[in-house]
Design a protein around this ligand. Structure first.
Ligand SMILES: NC(=O)c1ccc[n+]([C@@H]2O[C@H](COP(=O)([O-])OP(=O)(O)OC[C@H]3O[C@@H](n4cnc5c(N)ncnc54)[C@H](O)[C@@H]3O)[C@@H](O)[C@H]2O)c1
Ligand SMILES: [Fe+2]
Length: 403
């Protein structure tokens, strides 16, 4: 098998970042010469006034705007069906996702179906989207999943109690508008959960298998490129920003400096993971989130230190670096003692922001652990990207430690 001797870097077509920049949205859309816009969002964001902040510049620019506000956290197939039905009826020229990762992913799924037809189930897995999709704009209101720049769209398969995703570089938005002010109303629970998801993205990207060591033939299409230099730079900066600002946004929701730091971190982490990798933390969260109905971020945050402990022997240098980026004092320590501090720093942050620390706190039972291990192990693409390749028995051990 010939391994890769190259890597790629993909992004959203354009990223605009700035506090208050949403008021310029009409101007950003001008090149599209669009007339009809569909906003995909949820009722909470409509209620707190975020949707109005997106809608006003559009109507001022003379656009005709419809709003689908039926989004929900960790969206189910049923919600996707309703959003798709409205979009197929209205036939917008542009779709704008407004919300956390849940609504942004829904917007991606809708934009894909309006463009290419079929059912979202036809596009699950990697590389199923046949070509470019219609103009899609993503406006994140959490910090966050990084969906505004990523190639992923995730739904919850309620029947099989797991998450499923569609991965394609065509799903990266045409435009990402990251306005940190839109996260000011984000409640502490959602700020904590989505913030630790961003930390998980950055750490999994930074500690993944290198692009030239991945066990994937060079010419086989694959959704991640492995650890590579641009993704690494972005992940490092994201980790540092999260260490500085995550606890603050949870404790002081109105702190704009901290909101700006987290908004930038989330987008950087989104770029990092959607090029490098996510790995075992995400693989384990898929069935746990599907069965126990915790948020994606809470599940990842719970699992992150346990998976880090498993990865530690293979990633000592990277963990020592993560410890320093998270503000830990490592002077005079051996590399392995410094690396250990990355885990304690993540545990500290997790405790400060109130993320559950045990699977049993989420209502999971011991009998479920082998099922979680089995379902996770089946997500092969995430197993082979992890800094230390696990067996199914390893996954069960991680889960038992986290139980
Ligand atoms: N596509 C990707 O690359 C990617 C990456 C990671 C996670 N995800 C997915 O994203 C979803 C989680 O997204 P999330 O963590 O951003 O949370 P979310 O989108 O599920 O939002 C959580 C809750 O917070 C509310 N909320 C969001 N922003 C708010 C604001 N500014 N003011 C008031 N309320 C606000 C929402 O209405 C919702 O009720 C999961 O489905 C996960 O699988 C996708
Ligand atoms: Fe995630």
């Amino acid at each position: 098998m010939q391994r890769r001797d190259f890597w790629n870097f993909y992004s959203a077509g354009r990223i605009v970042f700035g506090s208050g920049v949403i008021r310029r949205l009409g101007q950003f859309l001008q090149p599209l010469k669009a007339k009809n816009v569909l906003i995909v969002t949820d009722a909470i964001l409509a209620k707190v006034g975020v949707v109005d902040q997106v809608l006003s510049p559009l109507t001022e620019a003379g656009l005709c705007v419809d709003v689908f506000d039926g989004g929900e956290p960790e969206p189910s197939f049923a919600v996707a069906d309703r959003a798709i039905e409205m979009a197929l009826r209205n036939r917008p020229d542009v779709i704008i996702g407004v919300g956390g990762g849940s609504n942004l992913d829904l917007a991606k799924i809708v934009a894909n179906i309006v463009t290419h037809g079929g059912m979202y189930k036809d596009y699950l897995g990697y590389g199923k989207v046949p070509g470019p999709i219609m103009p899609l704009v993503c406006v994140p209101t959490t910090a966050g999943t990084g969906s505004e720049v990523s190639h992923a769209a995730v739904l919850t398969d309620t029947q099989n109690q797991t998450k499923v995703s569609s991965l394609s570089h065509y799903l990266r938005p045409w435009l990402a508008v990251v306005d940190p002010k839109l996260t000011l109303t984000c409640p502490p629970r959602a700020s904590a959960d989505s913030g630790i998801d961003a930390l998980t993205h950055a750490i999994e990207a930074f500690t993944a298998v290198r692009f030239d060591e991945m066990d994937v033939p060079a010419d086989e299409p694959f959704p991640y490129d492995g650890k590579q230099p641009i993704g690494d730079c972005l992940a490092e900066r994201a980790i540092e920003l999260i260490g500085q600002h995550l606890t603050t946004v949870v404790r002081e929701p109105g702190n704009l400096v901290a909101r700006e730091g987290m908004a930038l971190a989330a987008t950087l982490a989104g770029l990092a993971f959607s090029n490098n990798a996510v790995a075992v933390v995400h693989a384990l969260e898929y069935p746990i989130g599907g069965a126990l109905h915790c948020s994606h971020g809470a599940g990842n945050g719970l699992l992150l230190p346990y998976v880090m402990r498993f990865n530690l022997p293979n990633r000592t240098a990277e963990f020592a670096r993560i410890a320093r980026l998270l503000g830990e004092e490592t002077k005079g320590l051996s590399e392995s003692a410094a690396a250990e501090k990355a885990i304690t720093a993540v545990e500290r942050i997790r405790a400060e922001i109130g993320i559950p620390q045990r699977i049993r706190e989420l209502g999971g039972t011991v009998d479920q652990l082998p099922i979680f291990a089995k379902k996770s192990f089946e997500i092969k693409r995430l197993m082979l990207l992890n800094g230390r390749t696990p067996t199914e028995a390893d996954l069960l051990e991680i889960l038992q430690a986290a139980y």
